[in-house]
Write a protein that binds this ligand. Structure first.
Ligand code: COA
Length: 230
């Protein structure tokens, strides 16, 4: 992979540990106003989308390829991301199995995380400039001292881990509690206590990464990723 052509993009091997074992995870962000593919698409990924939908698709694929290519050392154009029956991304990478990707895009900004199938994760981003008024899902949520948009991204990232998206009763995604650590919001869920979200603001973007509750991330390293989407 030629890293130089991915200007304004950044990937990061995230130090995630579980039971003192390192879990391989790569997170990538991009903020390129892409109007046409620049060589990173697999032949199967070429699309007839146009306009804003194309921009979203290309941004998301770029972030996903950046993360997947760094994870596997396979060139971006040889990696194929197909779409499952629920819209979920399916990662195909020659010589690798049991790895997955989660993708989110908003305008020219995108984020993606590549992780082992055995350690489910999900991402979401939302642009605060396009945000609508968001109400708490439950009376308990109304008491939480947290930005409603950050909570929204945490829920949406969880919905991607579950592969349902927002097609379920949204109360199932309700937040149980929040705490603050090193500038990040740590979110736990009322009905999915096995997961947590790490949420943060990067410039105008609200971002969340969901991972298993008892896995640990080095937040100082995660913080270095905030620059490209600010
Ligand atoms: C998943 C969902 C929450 C994404 O929210 P969004 O604000 O539209 O878009 P985001 O930028 O946050 O995320 C988009 C990415 O989510 C991923 N995604 C879509 N559906 C998903 C699912 N069921 N599970 C996990 N990830 C999913 C895709 O990778 C998508 O990007 P891509 O289409 O370019 O590959 C939303 O689309 C949803 O609720 N979908 C429900 C399932 C659905 O309606 N599917 C339609 C096809 S059957």
């Amino acid at each position: 992979m030629t890293r130089m052509e991915w200007t304004n993009s950044r990937y990061l091997t995230l130090p995630v540990t579980r039971n003192e074992q390192l879990v391989p995870v790569v997170l990538a962000v991009t903020s390129l106003p892409l109007l046409e593919p620049i060589g990173f698409l697999h032949p199967e990924e070429h699309t007839t989308l146009t306009g804003e939908a194309l921009q979203h698709y290309l941004s998301g694929r770029l972030a996903a390829k950046l993360a997947a290519s760094h994870f596997t050392q396979v060139p971006a154009a040889e990696i194929c991301i197909r779409t499952g029956v629920f819209g979920q991304p399916l990662l195909y990478c020659p010589g690798h199995s049991n790895i997955q990707v989660s993708i989110a895009h908003s305008g020219s900004h995108a984020i993606a995380v590549v992780f082992p199938e055995g350690h489910p994760m999900g991402v979401d981003i939302e642009d605060t400039r396009n945000a609508r008024l968001l109400s708490p899902l439950t009376p308990a949520e109304a008491t939480l001292a947290a930005d409603p948009l950050l909570l929204w991204t945490a829920r949406e990232a969880l919905s991607k881990v579950l592969k349902t998206g927002l097609t379920i009763d949204l109360e199932l995604l309700a937040v149980a509690a929040v705490s603050f650590e090193s500038g990040f919001l740590i979110v736990t869920f009322a009905h999915f206590p096995q997961y947590k979200a790490i949420s943060w603001m990067a410039g105008p973007m609200a971002c969340s990464l969901v991972l298993p509750l008892r896995s640990e991330i080095d937040l100082a390293v995660l913080k270095t990723l905030t620059y490209p989407v600010s």
